[in-house]
Design a protein around this ligand. Sequence first.
Ligand SMILES: [Mg+2]
Length: 412
Amino acid sequence: MTNLQNRIIYHCDCNGFFASVEEVFRPEYKKVPMAVAGDPETRRGIILAKNELAKKYNVKTAETIWQAKKKCPGLIICKPRYKAYNEFCERVNAIYGEYTDLVERFGVDESFLDVTNSLHCFGGDPLALANEIKERIKTEIGVTISIGISWNKIFAKLGSDLKKPDAVTVITKENYKQVVWQLPVSDLLFIGRNTTQALNSFGIRTIGELANFDEEFLAKKLGKAGRQIYKFANGQDDSPVKLDGEYEPVKSVGKGLTFKRDLITERDIKTGITVLADSVAARLRAAKMKCTTIQVSIKDVEFKSIQRQKQAPVPTNVTTEIFNTALKIIKEAWSIGKPIRAITITASNLLPENMATVQLSFFEAPASADNTKAENVEKAVDAIRKKHGKGSITHASTVNNDIGAGGSHKEE
Ligand SMILES: [Mg+2]
């Protein structure tokens, strides 16, 4: 059994991960300011990652392409290729896995490693081992990482942010008051915008001020979370690094329907794909996955079919997002009015939900706030359906339709 008081935990964070992967494929991108960003044509066009040169122009993650280009007119924009990032993520984690079986993925490009019980096999020096891992990732995979080392996950995570790229930071029981306590409270994991505002209103600005505040007052004002963050600020976090689970048991999720009558109008099509998108999204949520690619196949009355696919603007398991992308595909690929006999929507290039969510959670852009809200609403719907049956909640637009969509349709 691990002694919780003396754990050695690494938090490994790839630097500008998506941009670094693009540079591996196209080394010429290293010489120009470059960023990976969502669909430039939509308002969702936000910077997902930037390279070192773009950083010099102060291009920031989560700002819009428009904002970034104002600062850096020559900025090269790459579309995200989640499949490639997923593959790199697997390779990076495979290297981590050579040093411990306690590897917990945290976001698409971050992992916690607990090396307490394996360190002695690799020389016994936490800093030297971290440097070795960092160098291997750089030479074997081509991306740089930063590592935070501490006795708990909270400070390890904080440490990996302090020096980057390509650096290691050690936060010990001896130095944490100097290193951590001067930082703003918002640097602490799980302290978001609202909590920061609340803490500021109590006069707490730094992690040190939080650590030395009245725990009971915080518990009274902020509930359980108040006590929790007080403990975190003091380095009291016993949460274990979980064993690496099996990721991606599901490769794709699809749902198809042959309608009772042909779909003719845009309204027919919308009703049909609402039901399909709803089913696909619910199944993604049940599998704790998000998709990055949406495919639609349409069959006409002569049984001829076409297939088209599109990238989702952000990884998603939300009905309306899948619906919107599917509708966009159909509008581009099909002349509305031409009868449709059957439609299938398939979600693929799946990411584990926590990977996708953590990656996006620091997007404080309104778009993602809406997204989180939609996700929460749909999770509540899932819970009600689980309790009261699949038909207990349906979309208003699908009620009493005559195309055979909704209710207890059969899976195809
Ligand atoms: Mg990162």
